[in-house]
Design a protein. Structure first.
Length: 254
């Protein structure tokens, strides 16, 4: 199954975000958060389906010039289905001009999905936001770009920018874009804001799922042997046999 964006949505001036349609089990859910001030870090993320969210390493950017901007990315891989809302907390920090964006994607690795991530911030040198490039190590990736600017994001910059914009918040609340790539390389979205001012920028690349199907061989009366060694293949065994197995390789009795 190829990588695909299933749905995306966003909410501004809120610590939570409603999801348009209930999420599908096994998909990747990405939560992107923009805060002001730049010191208001995210403590945790949760949803109403009970998924566990992990902060993407190296994807936090803080433009700490007064009042500053902060961007952060969290994800739930191989997720439980049925999520219709996500929320986050910042502990005791008081925040303003916050934005929460949610992206659901299919075709992403169920285990250790992050290929690479980066973050960058600037305290106001340019209205063109040159971003935080990532150099992928996996051939097939979903690259997500996330930016928050103090004077308002006005869209992607340049006709050669190969990213597709998803959501733009009001004024300083952030914007998201994505690109599905089929080869290793360096990828970066270029954004623009109204005037030169502080901004924060995060980029992450998620790996495509591999070995997404299994071959089932008869191995005796009433059983089949599954060839494979990944969580995706364990899920495929369950789908094809109706038997839930706890390991990612072995025999499922039918």
């Amino acid at each position: 199954m190829a990588i695909a964006i299933v749905q995306h949505t966003g909410s501004i001036s809120s610590l939570s975000c409603s999801i348009q349609s209930a999420t599908t089990a096994g998909n990747l859910i990405v939560v992107l958060i923009a805060n002001q001030p730049g010191t208001a870090t995210v403590g945790s993320v949760h949803d109403n389906a009970g998924n566990t969210y992990t902060q993407v390493p190296h994807a936090q950017a803080s433009a700490s010039d007064n009042p500053g901007r902060y961007t952060d990315i969290w994800y739930a891989s191989n997720s439980l289905g049925g999520a219709t809302a996500v929320a986050f907390n910042t502990g005791s920090n008081t925040i303003t001009n916050d934005g929460v964006f949610v992206i659901e994607a299919s075709g992403i690795s169920a285990t250790s999905p992050v290929d690479v991530a980066s973050a960058f911030r600037d305290n106001g040198s340019s209205a063109i936001l040159s971003g935080s490039p990532v150099t992928t190590t996996n051939a097939n990736d979903l690259v997500i770009s996330f930016v928050a600017g103090f004077t308002g994001i006005r869209g992607l910059s340049g006709s050669t920018n190969a990213f597709t914009m998803l959501d733009t918040g009001s004024s300083t609340d952030g914007a998201t874009a994505y690109r599905i790539v089929s080869g290793t390389g360096t990828y970066n979205a270029i954004w623009r804001q109204t005037t030169a001012s502080e901004w924060a920028f995060s980029t992450v690349a998620f790996k495509a799922s591999t070995n997404q199907s299994v071959t089932l061989f008869p191995s005796g009366s009433g059983s089949v042997t599954a060839v494979g060694n990944t969580t995706e293949q364990a899920n495929a065994i369950t789908s094809q046999t109706g038997v839930i197995i706890s390991s990612s390789i072995g025999t499922a009795t039918v």
